[in-house]
Design a protein around this ligand. Structure first.
Ligand SMILES: *[C@@H]1O[C@H](CO)[C@@H](O)[C@H](O)[C@H]1NC(C)=O
Ligand SMILES: *[C@@H]1O[C@H](CO)[C@@H](O)[C@H](O)[C@H]1NC(C)=O
Ligand SMILES: *[C@@H]1O[C@H](CO)[C@@H](O)[C@H](O)[C@H]1NC(C)=O
Ligand SMILES: *[C@@H]1O[C@H](CO)[C@@H](O)[C@H](O)[C@H]1NC(C)=O
Length: 409
């Protein structure tokens, strides 16, 4: 007898208190069609001496924070603002959400807090995953399929295809469904894409003629919610004529090829135009010119100016195309004790310079000449000029020349 006492105590302890008597549990998810009520019938029994403190119902959509649906406390059932008017209390832990929408999908939970005779609290929870399914809808109520008039170019495979479309869906349902295509030889194909309310099938090449049909897959959660007599249950068929389909593909290919050839010859012509471009100039000052540091050599007499890229008044050459160019400037002073210092400038950057001074009293006996030159890559619009770098007197035979070696492709 003595041995049985602790055993009995343990047994009665495990058996006491709160008990769920619900009709739904932690089993598989509850599937409900949109518009139908979501019945969350969580019932429970309290034991004697146990008292209800509060019940809370919560909803958590996937990847979102949970929020309160309603609460029950001191015999008052209070829905939150979002659920007001569409949630009703069905006794103990049971609620019913009328007119379900896909937004009700997610985990629904009830939390019951009770107080026992010894004033200690216990918390009891039940939860269930709810999936609200919504049936697909089309504009006409049924399916429609057709062969598109134009051949379709698949950018990834670079192939041309006959394209079929099936629609016109205003809603793919929830979870969204795909249609199933059947080929004339009873094969199944899936759509290449869904756009503007239509599923599309790229008919594999070489095109096989015959009837292609489009239909809803059977037994998807979304179809379960279709009314029994829905026209969407009926597959629709389009007849593809093999000869004319293949002919249309050939025509599209030919058209594309023609366009490509036209494009390429245009491109080639543009390259040729650049390659043929002749740019070159030669100019001289023609008269003795005294300038200060920073002045540009200007007012040249032009000997040649192919391509008109040299402006004789400003003394600036402006590159007409991206490319590699050659420039040379040569000068002397021919005036005793005077400098003839100049620099070749590319957009304000010195790339080459002369540094010279006439020392003899008579320039006939000891003439000095200097030159600056450079091979430069210029972008279309960049400028090149000669610039005085020290108070100088440039003799009339000072010259400036340049030409395009080759344009960029
Ligand atoms: C719970 O209580 C109800 C009546 O309130 C009763 O019919 C039912 O049998 C009880 N269930 C359990 C498991 O005690
Ligand atoms: C294609 O379907 C139409 C009716 O939808 C039928 O009359 C025709 O015989 C079918 N053609 C073939 C080749 O199965
Ligand atoms: C030809 O060029 C046009 C625009 O210049 C372009 O839209 C078209 O895609 C090109 N076609 C091919 C076949 O390259
Ligand atoms: C010239 O070069 C610049 C810079 O490198 C580039 O942005 C531009 O597209 C080129 N122009 C031509 C016609 O190639």
């Amino acid at each position: 007898m003595l041995r049985l006492v602790p055993f009995l105590l343990l047994f009665s302890g495990a058996c006491t208190g709160f008990q769920w008597t619900d009709t739904i549990g932690d089993g598989p998810q509850l599937e409900v069609c949109s518009g139908d009520p979501v019945k969350l019938y969580w019932y429970f029994n309290l034991t004697q001496g146990e008292r209800l403190k509060v019940i809370e119902w919560k909803h958590q959509a996937r990847g979102k924070h949970g929020h309160l649906v309603a609460s029950y406390e001191e015999e008052n059932f209070v829905p939150t603002a979002d659920f007001s008017g569409r949630v009703s209390h069905g006794g103990t832990g049971a609620i019913e959400l009328s007119c379900a929408t896909v937004l009700d999908t997610g985990r629904h939970t009830v939390v019951v807090t009770t107080v026992d005779a010894a004033q200690s609290l216990s918390v009891h929870r039940r939860s269930v995953a709810v999936m609200i399914n919504d049936s697909p809808k089309t504009k006409s109520g049924g399916l429609e399929t057709r062969q598109e008039q134009k051949a379709f170019h698949d950018a990834t495979t670079k192939e041309w295809h006959v394209r079929l479309s099936c629609g016109h869906f205003s809603d793919r349902g929830h979870p969204p469904l795909d249609v199933v295509w059947k080929t004339p030889d009873d094969g199944q194909l899936s759509s290449s894409d869904f756009s503007d309310g239509h599923f599309h099938l790229l008919v594999p090449n070489p095109v096989k003629g015959g009837n292609y049909s489009c239909g809803l897959p059977s037994n998807t959660p979304a179809n379960k919610c279709l009314p029994q007599r829905s026209a969407l249950y009926t597959d629709v068929t389009v007849y593809v004529d093999e000869v004319s389909a293949r002919f249309a593909l050939q025509e599209a290919q030919l058209q594309a090829l023609k366009m490509q050839v036209e494009n390429e010859s245009q491109l080639l012509q543009a390259h040729l135009d650049v390659a043929r471009l002749q740019v070159g100039f030669h100019a001289s000052l023609g008269k003795e010119t005294t300038l200060s540091d920073g002045d540009h050599l200007r007012s040249f007499s032009v000997v040649s100016n192919d391509g008109q890229a040299f402006n004789r008044l400003s003394g600036e050459f402006t590159a007409p195309v991206n490319g590699t160019y050659f420039f040379v400037g040569s000068t002397g002073t021919h005036t005793s004790s005077h400098h003839a210092n100049m620099a070749l400038m590319k957009d304000g950057i010195k790339v080459s310079e002369t540094y010279l001074m006439q020392v003899g009293r008579n320039y006939d006996s000891s003439t000095v000449m200097g030159s600056c030159h450079a091979v430069l890559h210029l972008k279309n619009g960049q400028k090149v000029w000669l610039e005085c770098t020290y108070d100088s007197t440039f003799w009339r035979g000072t010259v400036f020349s340049g030409f395009l070696i080759s344009a960029d492709n």
